[in-house]
Design a protein around this ligand. Structure first.
Ligand code: FAD
Length: 564
């Protein structure tokens, strides 16, 4: 470079903070651009991620109180529940994304957005290190660091491959919009390849074997979408191979959709059987190659190999590298995702919050709380409660921790009341503390963290912004955020998840839904409920109109099979 090596250039960014560039720093491993906190009295909140949790936090945050800086490698929010529809062209990719700068504009533009990936979190010095993924040929530095007062980590998760050989190289994932677009092209490729001249019947069949690993909501929804795409559109365009298409779902558990009510799992299995979608339960994938997928039957140990044209891997989520690195540093290296307390504060560091798929609320605290509820009910400190008092304890637990019953239900276990009573024996007049404690450890081992869903992420984002909005009213309290009620102060309520139900679209204009209050609804009418809920949940009128337009277009003209 012709620039003198010691030259220091200072220029101002929109927040008024100073950005310093020094070439002499370029050789060091530190980024050469630093966004330091300003002299302003406003505390800086840095938000990582523009997904469900991040945008929900930003939507409700009182930005007049903070200097808000957002970092994300994608400059849009994606409505992930409609990603499976993008894989087959039922809706277009651009219909389900909202530019983050549109969202910021609505907040009077007082939020700074940086399109970059956070690579490192230095909680000791309250600084994050970022790198932009923009074109390297553009002039200027791609790296910078950012100081924060509060850090909100909402960077989601990545697909968990369980280190299965060949998965990264030969499988498709469905996490991002780009993944959905890639899958759409891959499906069409399989059909175009299958009709080329010179292929044997077996080769055509292999190209048209679509394998989905994972029978959770995403895998099932993709299988259903693909089946509709094939039956409603592709068989008309590729009539010569219409009977060679096969869709298989491989599930390691005993049922698909096993986080849903049993009635929904069996409805989905029956529907798939009728549609000719093969469901292989109790099978674990050992490895994947470009042509074959090798599996092992859990019951017999038998290993077999299946040729495939395309594989979608959808078996749960794991931590992103930057989170893994951060977890190592704060002593959480042995965990799957970041552990927080019930106020979403990351354990082991100050002023760092984590929400959405990248975090989980540490259950141990909940178990301790439950024991405290028992102790509080034991007014005479005898260590024993009558059955009547114990029923009140369970009621109290359920009001405070409704998710515990939800986890148990997801694992097809009895509710907490029955589980505790069955464990301790039903024919009894009193319950003592030690018995309760050991029964609880059973519940603990069978309950898992909150599900990794948009619903949880959005509720956590909204909760945390409320805490931040009221923070200045309770600054003096070192115990964490407090709620200001107008009539006095009392401890801020911890985050409570409210389960509003969940949907599973099953294709053929049918869906299944688990609704609040243990209601289950399945069939064509549920599909219409799905349409209305998903249209209403869109983040802007623009995407709402685009999505409804796409659905209408599909009804009238079918899906577009061009490979672009
Ligand atoms: P995300 O929404 O994934 O957002 C993460 C954000 O972090 C993104 O903006 C990303 O660009 C950014 N980021 C990533 N790395 C970095 C980094 N290093 N630095 C800074 N930013 C970073 N849930 C439901 O409730 N209902 C459904 O019907 C449903 N369907 C789904 C269908 C599919 C195909 C998928 C994949 C998921 C579905 N989910 C559904 C789950 C739901 O999408 C997730 O639980 C939700 O997106 C989690 O929100 P999040 O904000 O934690 O993460």
């Amino acid at each position: 470079s012709s620039t003198p090596s010691k030259l220091l250039v200072l220029f101002s960014v929109s927040s008024g903070s100073l950005v310093a560039y020094s070439e002499s720093q370029a050789e060091t491993d530190r980024p050469n651009v630093e966004l330091s906190r300003t002299e302003s009295k406003k505390k800086r909140v840095v938000v990582l991620g523009t997904g469900w949790a991040g945008t929900s936090f930003l939507r409700d945050l009182d930005i007049s109180k903070y200097d808000v800086q957002v970092v994300s490698p994608r400059n849009y929010f994606a409505f992930t529940p409609l990603l499976p529809s993008v894989t087959c062209g039922t809706v277009e990719a651009r219909s389900i994304v909202e530019p983050i700068r549109n969202m910021i504009k609505k907040r009077s533009g007082e939020i700074n957005f940086w399109e970059a990936e956070c690579l490192k979190i230095d909680a000791a010095n309250k600084r994050i290190f970022c790198k932009s993924n923009l074109d390297e040929n553009l002039v200027g530095s791609n790296e910078f660091s950012l100081e924060y007062d509060y850090l909100v980590i909402a960077i989601g998760a990545e697909v968990n491959t369980f280190n299965t050989p060949g998965v990264l190289e030969h499988c498709h994932f469905l996490k991002e919009v780009e993944d959905a677009q890639r899958i759409r092209r891959a499906v069409i490729d399989c059909f175009e390849k299958a009709v080329l001249p010179g292929l044997s019947e077996e080769e055509r069949q292999t190209n048209l074997h679509f394998v989905i690993v994972g029978g959770g909501p995403t895998g099932v929804e993709f299988a259903a979408e693909l089946h509709d795409f094939v039956q409603e559109d592709l068989v008309k365009l590729y009539p010569s191979v219409r009977d060679l298409v096969k869709i298989s779902v491989i599930q390691s558990g005993d049922h698909i959709l096993n986080t849903f009510d049993e009635r929904i799992s069996s409805f989905a299995e029956q529907k798939f059987r009728r549609d000719g979608i093969e469901v292989l339960t109790g099978s674990r994938v050992i490895n994947v190659s470009d042509k074959f997928i090798n599996m092992k039957m859990k019951s017999s140990g038998e290993v077999f190999s299946v040729p495939h044209g395309m594989v979608l891997w959808s078996t749960g989520v794991g931590a992103r590298p930057v989170v893994k690195d951060f977890m190592e540093k704060i002593g959480q290296g042995n965990r799957r995702v970041l552990a927080t307390d019930e106020w979403l504060r990351v354990k082991g560091c100050e002023e760092v919050y984590a929400l959405g798929d990248c975090a989980t609320i540490d259950q141990r605290k909940i178990m301790v709380d439950m024991l405290n509820i028992f102790k509080a009910a034991d007014k005479d400190n005898s260590g024993t409660l009558t059955m009547e008092e114990f029923e009140d304890v369970i009621d109290d637990i359920l009001v405070r921790y409704p998710q515990v019953d939800l986890y148990l239900k997801r694992n097809h276990l009895p509710d907490i009341r029955s589980l505790l009573k069955d464990t301790m024996g039903r024919e009894r007049e009193e319950v003592n503390y030690e018995e309760f404690k050991s029964a609880l450890s059973l519940v603990d081992s069978q309950t898992k963290s909150l599900p990794a869903t948009a619903q949880v992420a959005a509720q956590q984002g909204a909760y945390l912004s409320r805490c931040f909005n009221l923070r200045d009213k309770c600054e003096s309290n070192p115990e964490g955020p407090r709620r200001f009620t107008g009539v006095g102060r009392h401890q801020f309520r911890p985050f409570r998840y409210k389960h509003l139900g969940q949907f599973a679209p099953l294709g053929g204009e049918q869906a299944a839904a688990e609704l609040p209050g243990d209601w289950v609804s399945m069939g064509h009418s549920t599909q219409w409920l799905w349409y209305s809920v998903y249209a209403s949940k869109q983040v802007s009128w623009r995407t709402r109109v685009l999505v409804v337009f796409d659905w209408t277009r599909r009804f009238i003209f079918g899906r577009d099979s061009s490979r672009i």
